[in-house]
Write a protein that binds this ligand. Structure first.
Ligand code: 3PG
Length: 216
């Protein structure tokens, strides 16, 4: 249990000063560093690279070797994924759900882990495994803000990072919930803007989100 608590605490510490985690799909490895630098220039130091492209782990490696950016790898769905993410230099792993084996593997690998949960039973199970910060995915289809608000009554000790349908219009409302630690989403740096190297627009989106954060 102590090891599990430590892993979850490490995960919470990694995102302690982070309100928005850009979720990024990198199709071309050469975009990795300019993208990370664009985000870091605006103070966004924590990102998640999705493991949905053949070069995703290469992109994780490229960013971690060349920048101080804190890079998460997701989705981790097998022990092999966790191992490869760790080898690529990922600072944390993210899953839409979880398995006890994956939780144990991440502890073994010393890879802070953000597992996902939607139902109260899944959340309670993770909580009994020492996990206090969870991904809530897919946030909007699963019930969004009203759902998280309702969960807060019986499970007030849990903290969430909602992702899936979180965007420029609703992220601030998620962050206003007491049980939301941070949010993740692709709206800051969607794939089309990365593919076209539109760093200016990505930078503008970060600035806009930062301004909204400052106002609230
Ligand atoms: C995720 O992996 O959490 C989602 O793909 C991000 O969802 P979004 O594109 O709706 O932000």
């Amino acid at each position: 249990m102590t090891a599990k608590l430590n892993n979850s605490t490490q995960m919470a510490n990694l995102v302690n000063n982070t309100k928005i985690i850009p979720i990024i799909q990198i199709n071309n490895t050469r975009h990795s560093v300019p993208l990370a630098e664009t985000l870091m220039d605006e103070g966004f130091n924590v990102i998640e690279v999705v493991l949905r492209t053949p070069n995703a782990l290469e992109a994780v490696q490229e960013i971690t070797q060349n920048t101080p950016c804190i890079v998460g790898a997701g989705s981790i769905v097998s022990i092999d994924d966790a191992l490869k993410a760790k080898e690529a230099g990922a600072s944390f792993g993210v899953s839409p759900g979880s398995t006890p084996e994956l939780i144990d593997a991440c502890i073994e690998l010393n890879l802070p882990y953000l597992p996902g949960a939607v139902t109260a039973s899944e959340m309670m199970k993770l909580a009994t495994q020492g996990i206090a910060l969870m991904k809530f995915f897919p946030a909007e289809p699963a019930g969004g803000i009203p759902y998280l608000n309702s969960i807060m009554g019986p499970l007030p000790q849990l903290r969430f990072c909602p992702t899936g349908g979180v965007n420029e219009k609703n992220f601030i409302h998620y962050l206003n919930l007491d049980n939301v630690a941070c949010v993740g989403g692709s709206w800051i740096a969607p794939t089309n803007l990365i593919d076209t190297e539109n760093w200016d627009e990505i930078s503008a989106r970060v600035k806009k989100s930062k301004a909204l954060l400052a106002e609230n």
